[in-house]
Design a protein around this ligand. Structure first.
Ligand SMILES: NC(=O)c1ccc[n+]([C@@H]2O[C@H](COP(=O)([O-])OP(=O)(O)OC[C@H]3O[C@@H](n4cnc5c(N)ncnc54)[C@H](OP(=O)(O)O)[C@@H]3O)[C@@H](O)[C@H]2O)c1
Length: 262
């Protein structure tokens, strides 16, 4: 039974698409159901990590268990050693093995260079970069002999370099680099590592950051070949593909999912 680790307020939220990938080398097939708050898997065991949104995590858990899957919500910040160690100790207690790690936790805040501070740098780097490193370090201890898939959620900002995004774009540039290094490092253990880099997606985060409805959004829509920003359901099937053995020959790749916007 595949084990999946993901963050609660997941980028792949708010749709009802159903796909049937086959994970790792198991012959067991199962449904992945993308629910209103996240990726739920039927026949899989899912750890739903949250930092502050217990309600969101509980909702994902009940959607998964309601469909016959197994899921637990575990609170913990990925931005520090203590939190991450505890998270994966709990994961081990709950399910033992992991096959898929989705490093989705991320924070963003844009600021002109004049307003860029050590505090801003530490806050964004600790979650977006240190979090990826620490979570991957702990997760790979739980991957089995058949390896698995690590999916790092980067961003298309590393293609478009928006003004005032220095710190955030720097974190996602680091994520792109981490993906390529870890693909080399973990490949011999059959662990694939890929980046999935969305363009602007309508999420709770982009609403609360004030991006939705802004001139920034309008500029992206004017430039993008498909003339719109993304919705979570644009990203979901790509993540499912990267998690499944259908992408078994891909590692160290950066898939830019931005409707063609560069
Ligand atoms: N939306 C976009 O336009 C866009 C585009 C490109 C890339 N991305 C990337 O996609 C990912 C998700 O973005 P989003 O728009 O869905 O953001 P969001 O709505 O703000 O959600 C952020 C998620 O990260 C979790 N999180 C934040 N800090 C954490 C920490 N220290 N430890 C554990 N979890 C933490 C939050 O958990 P709690 O709610 O429990 O705090 C929440 O589940 C991020 O990595 C972001 O950089 C987003």
């Amino acid at each position: 039974m595949p084990g999946i680790f993901l963050n609660a307020r997941f980028i792949f939220s708010k749709i009802g698409a159903i796909v049937t990938p086959s994970f790792d080398n198991s012959t067991e097939s199962f449904l992945i159901i993308v629910s209103s708050k996240g990726l739920a898997a039927e026949g899989a065991s899912v750890v739903v990590n949250y930092s502050s949104s217990k309600e969101g995590a509980d909702k994902v858990v009940s959607e998964i268990t309601g469909k016959g899957g197994k899921a637990v919500a575990i609170q913990g910040s990925v931005a520090n050693e203590v939190g991450v160690k505890r998270l994966f100790e709990e994961t081990k207690k709950a399910f033992g093995q992991l096959d898929v790690l989705v490093n989705n936790a991320g924070v963003y805040q844009f600021a002109p260079i004049e307003d860029t501070t050590e505090e801003l740098y530490s806050r964004i780097f600790n979650t977006n970069v240190l979090g990826v490193l620490l979570a991957t370090r702990e997760a790979v201890k739980l991957f089995g002999d058949n390896g698995g898939s690590v999916i790092n959620i980067g961003s298309s900002v590393t293609e478009v370099f928006p003004a005032t995004s220095t710190v955030y774009t720097a974190t996602k540039g680091a994520v792109d680099a981490i993906t390529k290094v870890l693909a080399n490092e973990l490949g011999p253990r059959k662990i694939r590592v890929n980046s999935l880099n969305p363009g602007m997606i309508e999420t709770e985060g982009t609403h609360s950051a004030g991006f939705i409805g802004s001139d920034f959004q309008k500029g992206i829509e004017a430039q993008a070949p498909l003339r719109r920003i993304g919705q979570p359901q644009d990203i979901t099937p790509i993540a499912v593909f990267l998690a499944s053995e259908d992408s078994g020959w891909l590692t160290g790749e950066t898939l830019v999912a931005s409707g063609g916007q560069r």
